[in-house]
Design a protein. Structure first.
Length: 245
């Protein structure tokens, strides 16, 4: 606990020194999102539908993240609209993929950890997986939408089609690297286990834990790829309407 508190205070100091008031707002957004995620877990454990909770709290987390990340309405407005549209599209996609994938619950690698515990807790693990996947994509969606909206608002009428396309490609590339490095970093211990026990490749790609994590990363990648052009369209449409007015 002391380590967590120390790192949190260090993060606060660094964000204040580097970001000033905006850094402080971003820090509070992070703390609020952490508390909201804890609340979501508590409500799920209390018997509320995980998918409904993920949608409702996802909207709250998205709005808080985006509107506390920037004070410019011209950036936050289009970013939130595009993020909201992407989130709506993802709900159906996640339900379809996770239902077909059948990766909910625990894999055989967790049997030693779960020994002595009961998994009959009255909660649908399929719904939990769908909710966790949806909530896990929100950060990538918010980051991509804000980055694209900020860039387009900075260059405004000076933007060329080629320039906007290149900016979008760079944002997508950065986001993809972040997602995949996070996936391999968090999954490295299991990869070492697979290698030490000489798992065949066919068994690895059919492993429930591996496939479940990979599907979540791929869905986040799809979300980022869709967010960039959609945010471009929203910002372009908004600028065109303002010019007409």
């Amino acid at each position: 606990m002391n380590a967590i508190l120390s790192l949190t205070l260090l993060l606060l100091v660094m964000m204040l020194l580097i970001g000033g008031k905006q850094g402080l707002a971003n820090f509070f957004a992070l703390m609020i999102n952490a508390l909201l995620m804890i609340l979501v877990v508590i409500l799920m454990a209390s018997g509320f539908n995980p998918i409904i909770l993920a949608v409702v709290f996802g909207l709250i987390i998205l709005s808080g993240t985006i509107f506390l990340s920037t004070s410019r309405v011209a950036v936050a407005g289009p970013a939130f609209v595009s993020a909201l549209l992407i989130m709506t599209l993802l709900v159906g996609l996640i339900i379809l993929i996770m239902t077909v994938g059948q990766t909910a619950g625990f894999g055989p690698e967790s049997s030693d950890t779960l020994e002595g515990f009961s998994i009959y807790i009255g909660i649908n693990f399929q719904h939990i997986l769908i909710a966790a996947t949806l909530l896990g994509t929100l950060g990538a969606i918010a980051e991509a939408s804000i980055s694209m909206a900020v860039g387009m608002n900075e260059i405004e009428d000076q933007a060329s089609h080629a320039g906007i396309k290149q900016m979008g490609q760079e944002i997508i590339g950065t986001a993809l690297n972040t997602l995949f490095f996070g996936f391999f970093g968090g999954f490295s211990s299991l990869f070492i286990w697979f290698a030490s026990l000489h798992y065949p490749f066919s068994q690895i790609i059919n492993n429930k834990i591996f496939v479940g994590e990979l599907l979540q990363v791929l869905i986040s990648v799809i979300a980022v790829v869709l967010t960039v052009p959609l945010t471009t369209w929203v910002v372009t449409t908004r600028q065109a309407n303002h010019r007409k007015e």
